[in-house]
Design a binder for this molecule. Structure first.
Ligand SMILES: C[C@H](O)[C@H](O)[C@H]1CNC2=NC(N)=NC(=O)C2=N1
Length: 101
């Protein structure tokens, strides 16, 4: 999977405005979600996990109780690819089905 050019990246980022771009490790995006409780956070993670496995593109994430912090990057592109943007869209869609605080 090809790393996005700067121009492609800027356009792609505007389609996932809640994700924050960081240039570390060649380029990554990050977003934090806060759910009602741990059960809901973990249910969200399970839904994302099934999608990620099917798509063979996986989040880097960290969970503490009701918070899920997610980083997306593409290892073999050494930065941000279209697959990260696609996964960000899917994650946003799943997150929107849950009550968040
Ligand atoms: C071998 C396998 O296809 C790769 O390791 C996949 C799996 N999941 C992945 N997930 C992410 N986020 N980036 C990758 O480059 C990646 N590569």
């Amino acid at each position: 999977m090809k790393r996005l050019t700067d121009t492609e990246r800027d356009a792609a980022l505007s389609s996932v405005p809640q994700w924050r771009y960081a240039p570390e490790r060649g380029g990554l995006i990050h977003r934090e979600f806060v759910f009602a409780d741990f059960t809901q956070a973990f249910a969200f993670m399970t839904q994302v996990a099934f999608h990620a496995e099917k798509a063979d593109h996986h989040p880097e994430w960290f969970n503490v109780y009701n918070k899920v912090s997610i980083t997306l990057t593409t290892h073999d592109a050494d930065g941000l690819s279209q697959r990260d943007i696609g996964l960000a869209h899917v994650i946003d869609t799943i997150a929107n089905t849950w009550t968040r605080i």
